[in-house]
Design a binder for this molecule. Structure first.
Ligand code: NAD
Ligand code: WQD
Length: 331
């Protein structure tokens, strides 16, 4: 299939471009490079041997995006483009609502106008809010604590309604848990701007000596050791989940968790990282981070049953590949 990937220069997008090409699809990337660099696509070329047609376009600008639809005949698309920093979304709610909602609406409108009926959307486990774990797709969504999470819940509703109104439109809504890791080549991975918000990039930067020590946000949660529990998923597994979703699209909007189904605490992750890479990660326990929940992990059986997909890589590979990328990364 010929696939449009929005946000394809970013962390999850670039890994998914690799998986799509490895599965024999051809890909066109659109990205405004607001949180990525074009060099990621050079690395994708090194890995796959394929040039990736690229358009430096903002997905919210319909007239620009339409030119891409005019130049190609797509069979489907994957929509990664979006702003994703939870804390920043609290400070700049309008920027988040505008970027994440307008991009989804413009893209859905053009997809329908050009008869591109296969639509895969990046959602997030954050839409579950503080529900009872494990999170399954049938749960009523609880309000999230931040505008970012709201943009994902609203985008899900917009796409579901669009699918209801158009019997040809097939939408896969993928709720990711906590993506970590990097391609085994070490050529692509996650390189956040500034001080990382997420645990794994913080850990790799402490290991590298770029940051002094990890701050563990709370050890008084009702979890195995008091620290927060999350369902970390290797980004290459996640990328393969998108290919499976594209291959199994059927009319209507269908929601899938992409997680491992296994929870890991902050301290368990730190210990696994130290062991896998034989390197120390100094840490201190500090107060809870506002807005955090104790536990978040997936009920992952629906994707297995309906997409034939399960995550294969464990926490050791996640830690090893994250570190391999960080060691290589010049930034
Ligand atoms: P990322 O920031 O690395 O990638 C997003 C890409 O979209 C970037 O390359 C950015 O430049 C681009 N972009 C943003 N707004 C755009 C616009 N208006 N037009 C064109 N390009 C635009 O983030 P990621 O981690 O790869 O996340 C990809 C998607 O998955 C996002 O929608 C994110 O919300 C979602 N998601 C991420 C996580 C996570 O923890 N990484 C978890 C759940 C869901
Ligand atoms: C994981 C655990 C922290 C950093 C966020 C978004 C979510 C999704 C994924 C996009 C928690 C603890 C963290 C640190 C720590 N993104 N931690 N010290 O919060 O589960 O999810 O990213 O959709 O929407 O909210 O991920 O990696 O920030 O935190 O102790 O320096 O690590 O408290 O328990 P989170 P995270």
């Amino acid at each position: 299939m010929h696939i449009l990937v929005t946000g394809g220069a970013g962390y999850i997008g670039s890994h998914t471009v690799v998986s799509l090409i490895e599965e024999g699809h051809s890909v066109v990337v659109v990205d405004n490079l607001s949180n990525s660099q074009l060099s990621a696509l050079d690395s994708v070329k090194k890995i796959t041997g394929k040039d990736i047609p690229f358009y430096h376009v903002d997905v919210t600008v319909e007239s620009e995006l339409e030119k891409v639809f005019q130049a190609h005949s797509f069979d489907g698309l994957i929509h990664f483009a979006g702003l994703k920093a939870v804390g920043e979304s609290v400070e700049k709610p309008l920027a988040y609502y505008y970027n994440n909602l307008v991009s989804t609406m413009v893209l859905a409108k053009l997809a329908q106008a050009y008869g591109v009926n296969r639509f895969v959307f990046s959602s997030s486990a954050t839409v579950y809010g503080d529900n009872q774990v494990p999170f399954h797709e049938g749960l009523d969504l609880l309000p999230t604590t931040n505008p970012y999470g709201e943009t994902k819940a609203m985008s899900e509703r917009i796409l579901s309604d669009a699918a209801k109104a158009n019997p040809n439109f097939a939408v896969s809504i993928l709720r990711y848990f906590n993506p970590v890791g990097a391609h085994e080549s070490g050529l692509i991975g996650e390189s956040p701007n500034g001080i990382p918000n997420n645990l794994m990039p913080f850990v790799t930067q402490v290991a590298k000596g770029k940051l002094k020590q990890l701050r563990v946000f709370g050890n008084d949660y009702d979890t195995v050791d008091g620290t927060g529990v999350r369902d970390y998923i290797h980004v290459v597994d996640l990328a393969e989940g998108h290919v499976a979703a594209l291959n199994h699209l059927t009319e209507g909007a269908h929601i899938f968790n992409l997680g491992t189904g296994k929870g890991t605490s902050v301290l368990e992750l730190v210990e696994a990282f130290e062991k896998a890479n034989e390197i120390e990660v100094p840490y201190e326990i500090v107060d809870r981070r506002p807005g955090d929940i104790a536990s978040c992990y997936a009920e992952a059986s629906k994707a297995k049953k309906e997409l034939g997909w399960t995550a294969k890589k464990g926490i050791v590979e996640m830690c090893r590949d994250s570190w391999k990328f960080e060691k290589n990364f010049q930034g």
